[in-house]
Design a protein around this ligand. Structure first.
Ligand code: GUN
Ligand code: FE
Length: 450
């Protein structure tokens, strides 16, 4: 089938492409065959043929075809508490809210409706790929993977590991040997799920963070990562407390610990990564690992600002994460806005007409185009999957955004708004209602106009 209409994407970091009339053709496996415009020969004849065969979707003047959003860091079991306790520091929030809630996922019948609501909500907001932390429980974690498959979301799902009794509560703790055996079983179960032949859902090795795991656990998880060539996700240097814990207990940074344990690979996603040394950045770059920037949760828990500008300039792989429920908003569009805001509060005064005050960082701001690149192309690089832009061989993971949807906050004025203005407005003001259709791997998984 094919989609015809105006299209936005950001193939080059910091830039954008707007095609006023593009024809995107998709093959039977859900991958993009071609992207053509009226400059290409046979364009009109092609459209006619597709239309007659009933295979063409035509967008209206207020609709835009855009890549699906990639959420690189989201805690699905925390969805029921989104919005609670965000005036607390990280340690208290984990002990008082998060661990008691996650412990309830021992009961799969509790987990099922929670996971369904999480995946449905993210999809409806335009998240076509999500990298999930589940809980320590195998059965419920497989339920999350099955839910992604059933609802058609590209899912990267991790059963969490937590075996350090000095840091984890006794009601939410696993034995080291049993936890490693459970993780291997989880990996095998997800790979063997019926309906997962095209690998829409992948297992992810998921040590929660350095404080929750013993060295034996980290080492064993490194071995599983090598054996199954798995994706890896974890929290990295997220707060003063988390950073200092690694330095005190291992005499080195989180990044160095993960690398030593075999957990830093091309398919590793490090959430947060606020306090990176030059050596850490070099190790991340050399391995091709990625950073999940979670701007809003950083504002609550980091006690510091993310160096987004510097990380983009170093050409590290970096994408965005909502970090539900370390931040409450289930939309990566919102995360784009947060990323810009986060970078702007770091600024000094060199971009004003006044003398610069002695505070802040020169040139720290990032652009809307860069934040949107992180949410799409950057996310695709991090999951090592061809998604995030419109080009042959990329999966057709896409959204149809309508700026005139019912109850929309978006107000686009064609005479005033250039294509770039329109894209910035969509990034800043897109709401759930504007996401009319969602496609994952060529399959329409949401249609609000049906
Ligand atoms: N660090 C360890 N666990 C968590 C978690 O669940 N959320 C966040 N934001 N940080 C963490
Ligand atoms: Fe997190």
């Amino acid at each position: 089938f094919a989609v015809l209409g105006q299209l936005f994407h950001t193939p080059v970091k910091g830039d954008f492409e707007y095609l006023p009339q593009a024809l995107v053709c998709i093959d039977n496996l859900g991958n993009i065959l071609s992207v053509t415009t009226d400059d290409d020969s046979g364009f009109d004849a092609n459209i006619q043929q597709l239309e007659q065969a009933g295979k063409l979707t035509r967008l209206t003047d207020s609709q835009y075809l855009m890549p699906g959003m990639v959420d690189l860091h989201v805690h699905a079991p925390q969805w029921p508490q989104a919005g609670k306790g965000l005036d607390l520091p990280l340690y208290d929030w984990l002990q008082d809210y998060t661990f008691p809630l996650e412990a309830k996922f021992a009961d799969n019948s509790f987990a099922q409706p929670m996971y369904r609501s999480a995946v449905e909500t993210l999809l409806a907001n335009g998240t076509t790929s999500a990298v999930y932390f589940a809980t320590i429980h195998n059965e419920a974690s497989v339920t999350l993977a099955k839910t992604c498959l059933e609802l058609g979301q590209r899912g990267f799902v991790g059963k969490i590991n937590m075996d350090d009794a000095s840091q984890c509560p006794d009601y939410y703790l696993e034995d080291t040997v049993q936890g490693l055996a459970d993780t291997e079983q989880f990996i095998q179960d997800v790979l063997a799920l019926p309906g997962n032949e095209q690998r829409l859902v992948s297992p992810v090795v998921t040590p929660r963070f350095v404080p929750s795991c013993t060295p034996q656990m980290l080492k064993g998880l490194g071995e599983l990562t090598t054996k199954y060539k798995c994706h890896v996700q974890t929290h990295c240097s997220e707060s003063d407390w988390a950073r200092d814990y690694s330095l005190e207990h291992y005499g080195k940074s989180d990044v160095a610990i993960y690398q030593e344990m075999g957990l830093l690979t091309r398919k590793t996603i490090l959430a947060h990564s606020i306090f990176l040394s030059d050596d850490d950045c070099e190790a991340i770059k050399a391995t091709g690992a990625s950073i999940a920037h979670c701007p809003l949760s950083n504002m609550y828990f980091a006690n510091a600002a993310m160096k987004t500008r510097e990380i983009l300039d170093k050409d590290l792989h970096v994408g965005l994460g909502t970090d539900i429920s370390g931040a409450p908003v289930p939309s990566v569009f919102h995360t784009c806005l947060d990323a810009v805001n986060h970078s702007r509060v770091r600024e000094d005064g060199t971009n004003t007409h006044l003398p610069a005050p002695e505070r802040g960082e020169a040139g720290s701001r990032i652009s809307f185009l860069e934040s949107y690149w992180m949410a799409t192309v950057g996310g695709g690089l991090a999951i090592d999957t061809k998604v995030g832009l419109f080009a042959p061989e990329y999966a057709f993971d896409a959204l149809i955004i309508d700026t005139q949807a019912p109850d929309s906050d978006l107000f686009v004025i064609p005479e005033l708004d250039t294509p770039r203005d329109r894209l910035e407005k969509i990034i800043a003001l897109n709401r759930r209602t504007n996401v009319r259709k969602v496609y994952v791997q060529g399959k329409q998984v949401i249609n609000k106009d049906a």
